[in-house]
Design a protein around this ligand. Structure first.
Ligand SMILES: C[S@@+](CC[C@H](N)C(=O)[O-])C[C@H]1O[C@@H](n2cnc3c(N)ncnc32)[C@H](O)[C@@H]1O
Length: 382
């Protein structure tokens, strides 16, 4: 009988995160066969043969792997599946081995998802890409495909990417009221979500449209960028055109008051004359969108603070309060590191000196505030 050695297990654990397409019925039949074995060593030797097929697909003579995705198939992360098999191979009793085997079977048989995303909780280990900590330190922006990062004041694509993976399903509708260069809609395309973006600046909106169109639309979803003022735009009629009454996710990345002045327009939030009027305008956008977010669904606000005249202005928390006044509950506050702007990088020393003299800390973070719409406040369409 073949025995497992530790170095083999190690190789498995460091295996690249590649996926494997399996014939679901055949895979489950194989597991059921193994479950019938009553002797631990025999079960292990049979499982080892099975594992070799998963590990090296070329050894497959039974049509378990190497098949097309359509039909009765399941896509699994190979490294996770091998680790699960190794756990069985390391079991000391037949009961334990069968317990792990059963767990593997159930995870494949019964996808356990909730209403707001496509994560199969039975196989939650496969989703290590999804961040669940409240501190995000991301060293590099995703600059693949249409994510050119040309717009001053954009956010990194990983923000909408992460949010949509956790708070939307394929085919859901997403609304971004400050869509700027279209980062959210490009991600929507990639992930198979429909997206509507509102942008005040028509030139920016046009450029966003062109870029979004360059992103392959393999899920055949809709991405619409509309020029308008998010405080007053008729969201109802926009959604009606698509036969929809509401969206399943809302994301807002407003100007951080006047840090970047996006246009000369008085209805641009970055042109608000005071912090109070900025907050009032922001509140109007929240009001204008609130009825169109489906009950119990999520709203992500991406915002940073500001420093002015020797004082830290907690814009993030002020905006959070505006949202909380309006029928949302707070689910999380994520603190995300901040990419240095080129201007700041060139003046790093100077800024450090200023901070030491002025008794303050340099901004290195912004917030992603996550809200959930409360129950019972459903759409009263404007
Ligand atoms: C921080 S940027 C958003 C950037 C976007 N997340 C991206 O990745 O490109 C804020 C955007 O809000 C827009 N804006 C300001 N006031 C607005 C309003 N009343 N309605 C709609 N958009 C507005 C600005 O023109 C700017 O493009």
């Amino acid at each position: 009988m073949q025995k497992l050695n530790a170095s083999k297990l190690e190789t498995t654990r460091s295996f690249k995160k590649v996926t494997i397409i399996l014939n679901k019925t055949k895979f489950l039949e194989k597991i059921e066969e193994l479950e019938k074995i009553e002797e631990l060593e025999k079960l292990k030797s049979e499982l080892l043969l099975f594992r070799n097929i998963i590990n090296l697909s070329e050894k497959d003579r039974e049509g378990l792997v190497n098949i097309d995705t359509d039909g009765d198939t399941i896509i699994l992360r190979r490294d996770i599946l091998l680790a699960e098999m190794d756990q069985i191979l390391e079991a000391f009793t037949i009961e334990r081995a069968k317990y792990y085997l059963k767990r593997l079977e159930e995870g494949i048989k019964k996808a356990k998802t909730n209403k707001i995303n496509d994560i199969n909780l039975s196989r939650w280990k496969e989703y290590d890409e999804i961040i669940t900590d409240s501190l995000w330190v991301l060293d590099k922006r995703d600059s693949s495909g249409a994510h050119l990062g040309w717009y001053w004041g954009n956010f990194i694509p990983q923000i909408p990417h992460q949010m949509m993976l956790r708070y939307t399903k394929k085919g859901d509708w997403v609304l971004d009221t400050f869509v700027g260069s279209g980062t959210t809609l490009i991600e929507c395309r990639r992930l198979g979500r429909n997206g509507i973006g509102i942008e005040l600046n028509s030139e920016v909106a046009e450029k966003a449209r062109n870029l979004i169109d360059k992103e392959p639309n393999k899920h055949n979803t809709i991405a619409e960028t509309i020029t308008g003022d998010s405080r007053t735009i008729n969201t109802n009629s926009i959604l009606s055109e698509h036969g929809k009454k509401n969206v399943q996710f809302l994301i807002m990345h407003p100007p951080y008051y006047d840090i970047i002045k996006f246009s000369q327009e008085p209805n641009d939030l970055s042109r608000a004359p005071t912090v109070d009027s900025f907050l009032k305008m922001f509140g109007e956008v929240v009001d204008n969108t609130y009825p169109f977010l489906e009950n119990k669904r999520y709203f992500a606000l991406v915002i940073g603070d500001k420093y002015s005249k020797g004082e830290w202005i907690p814009l993030g928390f002020y905006c959070m309060n505006e949202v909380l006044k309006r029928g949302y509950l707070l689910k999380s506050i994520i603190v995300k590191n901040f990419e240095e702007t080129r201007a700041k990088r060139n003046q790093k020393e100077l800024w450090r000196y200023r901070a030491l003299v002025g008794g303050f800390y340099l901004f290195k973070h912004e917030y992603i505030m996550l809200f959930k719409k409360k129950v019972g406040n459903n759409a009263s369409f404007k």
